[in-house]
Design a protein around this ligand. Structure first.
Ligand code: KIV
Ligand code: ZN
Length: 513
């Protein structure tokens, strides 16, 4: 019989632990809505005790999501669990996810406890959580490095205390697939009451094995996979949702399981996560990378023309790539554009649609054909972004071989228009200096990348910047056919995100364990 594997998405919690990937509440709610449409079973919305920002985000996600379960993370302490429940209780289907480390290395050096004390604290935590809900998950942090017999003992005790899901994390990404599969099998065979709970796994990608470990665990009997979109997460990231789901679908006989994921939404949500977090997807990333379906070698192209099955193991349409792709131009009408944007999954208000249509016309004047990627960038840049403290209304730059690069910038700062100039060793440096002077900011530019959103010499440039001010790091993103304008937009977007972090200081380290 084909069994279901529950997909537990932690993009909003562990995913947000990627350095510089913090999202604000509105962005988390938007992403949660799309995750629900994708068909994930559980959305882990945050770690309420970590910060006010996280508490608010979990509360709002809980209020918005109607079908998927919403989970809140907490340590196994009374105050953390209490805080988690206060935020997640608004959900139609709330879950408390409590955790405690069980490996000797964590018990001795991090917790300064004994195994007996850990066992008691885990049970007490689950019992306290059970006073609020019967939907409780317990995670044995650093489970893959825990003595297997102690792991089984903890799982047995927390299941008796009321846990309905027990999670085995490879917290430090140390596991190897065969070994991890054997550990899952051992837990299944040596936890006497395991049939009363779902066994879950949660892998990190430090050795590039998160997907392989998750699949080995599923084959061995795990029935919940904890994943993130694009594999974002702490350090080298978490198991990527799209890789696990597509492996299950493409190799149906490997573990003979299924998921509830509507794969046709994968590409769009991957773009959305990348857009919101400012973390670009590497071109050779499996499933969602720009090159994932690009066949370059002549022999491959020839084979593909004769029969796609020669080199293609998945159809791009399955993940929503190229499906309903519509090329729009300056003669496209408002109605067609709005319908297309809706088909792409954006639910915008009339006011927002008006802004998008105007910006679309401006873009179509500069660029013959407007592709889905252009529209996504436009919608995200113009309406669905971090609320702005700073915005650019005008930019003029002079540069060349014999002139000192100079930029004139008009900006809205706290509702007032201001004008300023700056010079630099190049046009982008000049524009950034003008913006920094006007805003009185002193961030450090850690990284700058530019790429083309689509093919063609008239493609929009997409710029990502990584900015640091004091202890805060933020990413900014901007796009425009003019790469200097795109750079200025990215810089200002990064400054807005830094301001957000400064106003919500705890969210700069939200969720960090
Ligand atoms: O990696 C980890 O151990 C975690 C737990 C809190 C599940 O993220
Ligand atoms: Zn984790």
């Amino acid at each position: 019989m084909i069994e279901k594997v529950f997909i537990f998405d932690t993009t909003l919690r562990d995913g947000e632990q990627s350095p510089g990937a913090s999202m604000n509440t509105a962005e988390k709610v938007r992403l949660a809505t799309q995750l629900e449409k994708l068909g994930v079973d559980v959305i882990e919305a945050g770690f309420p005790a970590a910060s006010e920002g996280d508490f608010e985000a979990v509360t709002q996600v809980a209020k918005k999501v109607t079908h998927s379960e919403v989970a809140a993370l907490c340590r196994a302490t009374v105050s953390d669990i209490d805080r988690a429940w206060k935020a997640v209780c608004h959900a139609a289907r709330p879950r408390i996810h409590t955790f405690l480390a069980t490996s000797d290395i964590h018990i001795q050096y991090k917790l300064n406890m004994t195994r007996e004390e850990v066992l008691k604290a885990a049970v007490d935590g689950v019992k306290f959580a059970a006073t609020f809900t019967d939907n409780i998950e317990f995670s044995a942090e650093d489970g893959s490095r825990t003595d297997p017999d102690f792991l089984c003992q903890v799982f047995e005790a927390v299941i008796d205390a009321g846990a309905k899901t027990v999670n085995l994390p490879d917290t430090v990404g140390y596991a190897i697939p065969e070994e991890f599969g054997n550990l899952v099998k051992y837990v299944m065979e040596n936890t006497p009451n395991i049939e009363k709970a779902v066994l879950s796994v949660h892998c990190h990608n430090d050795l590039g094995l998160a997907t392989a470990n998750t699949l080995a665990a599923i084959k061995a009997g795990a029935r919940q996979a904890e994943v993130t979109i694009n594999g974002i997460g702490e350090r080298a990231g978490n198991t990527s949702l799209e890789e696990v789901v597509m492996a299950i679908n493409t190799r149906p006989t490997y573990a003979a399981v299924t998921t509830g994921i509507q794969t046709k939404h994968i590409y769009q949500i991957s773009r959305l996560v990348s857009m919101i977090t400012g973390m670009m997807v590497q071109p050779n990333k499996a499933i969602v990378g720009a090159n994932a379906f690009a066949h370059e070698a002549g022999i491959h192209q020839d084979g593909m023309l004769k029969n796609p099955m020669t080199y293609e193991i998945m159809k791009p349409e399955t993940i929503g790539l190229n499906a309903n792709r519509m090329v729009m131009g300056k003669h496209s009408g408002k109605h067609a554009l709005l319908k297309h944007i809706k088909n792409m999954g954006y639910d915008l208000s009339d006011e927002e649609l008006k802004i998008v249509f105007k910006k679309f016309k401006d873009l179509a004047d500069k660029k013959k054909v407007v592709m889905d990627e252009d529209l996504e960038a436009l919608v995200n840049q113009e309406v669905l972004r971090t609320s702005d403290i700073y915005s650019i209304t005008y930019l003029q730059v002079t540069s060349g071989t014999t002139v000192l690069p100079m930029a004139t910038v008009k900006m809205i700062l706290n509702g007032k228009e201001v004008v300023g100039t700056g010079s630099g060793n190049g046009p982008i440096d000049a524009a950034f200096n003008a913006v920094a002077k006007l805003t009185g900011t002193r961030s450090q530019l850690l990284r700058f990348t530019v790429s083309a959103l689509t093919g063609g010499t008239d493609a929009q440039g997409e710029v990502t910047v990584r900015l640091k001010e004091d202890e805060c790091i933020a990413l900014g993103r901007g796009s425009d056919p003019d790469i200097i304008t795109a750079s200025a937009y990215a810089y200002v977007n990064g400054l807005n995100r830094l301001e957000y972090l400064k106003m919500n200081p705890a969210s700069a380290t939200a969720g960090r364990l």
